[in-house]
Design a protein around this ligand. Structure first.
Ligand code: 5GP
Ligand code: ZN
Length: 112
């Protein structure tokens, strides 16, 4: 059994509120939402962080980003933010690559 939280969530070993699922991508509601819409979009394949993404696996990131945009559209979001925190200093707490899809409220820039 994997020790990675998001690998276990994608495998269904830990429950989550599924938003999308196929053989490469899994999307689910964040357990501690920071906006009215806060969905995590992940590749099923374990990649620890964006900076560790290989050229071979790069299409998985593109697919996750496109899926996030499709989910935003489904949710009726005209504006949204897509975030990948890379490293603890940038706010990454789960080391399985994920994109935060955030929407439903205004966002300031630069982020904190
Ligand atoms: P990070 O801080 O690594 O960029 O984002 C990790 C995200 O995962 C956080 O927004 C956090 O709320 C979410 N999270 C952590 N544990 C769980 C969990 O068990 N289930 C779900 N659905 N989200 C989680
Ligand atoms: Zn993982």
């Amino acid at each position: 059994m994997s020790e990675c939280l998001f690998c276990r969530i994608a495998a269904g070993e830990i429950p989550s509120k599924r938003v999308f699922s196929d053989d490469r991508i899994y999307a689910f509601e964040d357990i501690a939402p920071k906006a009215p819409v806060h969905i995590l979009v992940i590749p099923r394949k374990h990649v620890s962080r964006l900076s560790e993404l290989s050229e071979e696996d790069a299409p998985l990131a593109a697919e996750a980003m496109r899926r996030a945009a499709a989910i935003a559209k489904e949710r009726g979001l005209t504006d949204f933010r897509l975030v990948a925190n890379d490293g603890a200093g940038a706010g990454q707490s789960v080391f399985h690559l994920h994109f935060h899809l955030l929407g439903g409220r205004p966002f300031s820039w630069p982020p904190g």
